[in-house]
Design a protein around this ligand. Structure first.
Ligand SMILES: Nc1nc2c(ncn2[C@@H]2O[C@H](COP(=O)(O)OP(=O)(O)OP(=O)(O)O)[C@@H](O)[C@H]2O)c(=O)[nH]1
Length: 415
């Protein structure tokens, strides 16, 4: 992993941990949350809208069908205004249907709950209008129509207690204003007495329903928000753990000095690639690389310069492992191993020879070496794995060939 990507990873972890701290802080306060800070609120609104679409959208459609279904009363009770009330009901239903299907697909979909609240208010307002249009005492039957609308408000908008409260109070307020403006009296004194008792009772029952409905919505919204926070916290904790386990895996498989794979990772990869090559009957090449006279280099230039040299060479060697399954690992000390799956001996020798020459070409001074420069020796072993051999034998063969390269005078590849 490069230094830059590890910095970016660290930023990711910090961002996740910051969010965990904010959420844990809110949860620890134990207060009921009705608005989250910043982007958390818009995430919650997205989730609430999704839920609204899954359940309440269908209820809106059912409610509208029910509203339209009551058109028979318009003709039955509306007398000469019957056709007008019916036409108004049809137009309002058609407009509402248009909104119900268009809003979720439009750019206003984020505000669907608010728009639904406005729609329910409009339906309630229309019933108050119909009360004005129904002649005589029959209009009182329409007062009852406001109660299903109140119940519908409480059910459909239950996840937004503000909407329940505002829509319910607004419809009730319009109803009371309409009563005050109409000053209607009926000729039968007995009926008038009944109505003068019925209306205040009706308003009281309605107000009670609003108080209960708003409280229920308040509890449901705060519990939905608390569930949202807990789920979000769990998701963030999972993200953090995933990051940390990934980081742990990188640390446990990376050589800390050079940043390339370590011996443990090489052994895991060798095992995997061995089995893969065996299945596909493809050649697997393994290269053992050793820096020439590295002890003298350390003695001459010091251990720190030696470390620097190891890093430079490791980087260079990694550049010759181009395919996704190729691997360059530090095997120990100044020894490296390259694993080249699906690569024949000839191809592997060709790659390693190019690498050896490139390292020599880097012209790193090494006064104790015959050439005066830092060089490498390498042994290349290849096999098409089967049951007659093991990966350890492949390693031993590469090691033997490396020593042959050393014996032949160093700065060469044997394969
Ligand atoms: N600076 C540094 N040196 C290391 C490290 N690991 C191993 N070495 C040194 O690498 C040297 C390896 O020396 P030898 O195995 O004797 O071989 P050589 O001097 O390279 O000689 P040949 O292999 O025969 O060419 C030792 O002096 C180790 O101390 C390391 O992490 N950093």
């Amino acid at each position: 992993m490069s230094h830059i990507s590890s910095l970016q990873d660290h930023d990711t972890l910090k961002r996740v941990e910051d969010q965990i701290n904010i959420l844990s802080g809110i949860l620890e306060q134990g207060r009921k949350q009705l608005r989250f800070p910043g982007r958390l609120e818009s995430k919650y609104i997205d989730q609430r809208n999704q839920r609204f679409m899954e359940i309440d959208h269908k209820m809106l459609i059912a409610g509208l069908v029910f509203y339209l279904g009551f058109s028979w009363t318009d003709f039955y009770l509306g007398a000469e205004n019957g056709p007008l009330i019916f036409s108004l009901r049809v137009v309002i239903t058609a407009l509402a249907f248009l909104f119900v299907f268009w809003i979720p697909r439009s750019q206003y979909s984020r505000h669907m709950v608010t728009i639904a609240a406005l729609g329910i208010f409009a339906i309630g307002f229309s019933v108050i209008g119909f009360i004005w249009l129904i002649p005589g005492e029959m209009k009182y039957a329409y007062h009852l129509g406001l109660i299903p609308i109140q119940i519908f408000t409480m059910v459909v908008l239950r996840l937004s207690y503000r909407s329940v409260l505002v829509v319910s109070v607004a419809i009730l307020a319009c109803y009371i204003v309409s009563l005050l403006l109409s000053h209607q009296t009926v000729s039968d004194p007995e009926l008038q007495r009944l109505i003068s008792i019925f209306i205040p009772m009706f308003i009281m029952f309605w107000a009670l329903l609003i108080v209960m409905g708003s409280y229920m919505a308040f509890m449901m919204e705060s519990s939905a928000r608390s569930d949202f926070m807990k789920n979000r916290l769990l998701a963030l904790e999972a993200e953090r753990l995933q990051y940390l386990s990934g980081r742990l895996h990188v640390l446990s498989t990376t050589d800390s000095l050079t940043g390339i794979a370590n011996r443990r990772f090489l052994e895991e990869s060798l095992d995997t690639e061995w089995r893969r090559a065996k299945r596909s009957s493809m050649p697997l090449s393994l290269v053992m690389v050793d820096i020439d006279k590295f002890k003298d280099y350390n003695d001459l230039y010091g251990h720190q310069k030696g470390d620097e040299c190891l890093r430079t060479l490791a980087n260079k060697m990694a550049q010759y492992c181009n395919r996704p399954a190729d691997l360059c690992a530090r095997y120990g000390g100044e020894e490296f191993v390259m694993l080249l799956p699906e690569t024949s001996r000839a191809d592997a020798v060709w790659i390693v020879e190019k690498m050896r020459s490139a390292i020599e070409g880097m012209a790193i001074t090494h006064e104790a070496a015959d050439s005066g420069l830092v060089t490498i020796s390498a042994g290349v072993a290849s096999v098409i794995p089967d049951d007659s051999c093991t990966s350890d034998q492949l390693l031993s063969q590469a090691d033997r060939l490396l020593y042959e390269a050393k014996a032949q005078g160093r700065n060469r590849v044997c394969g």
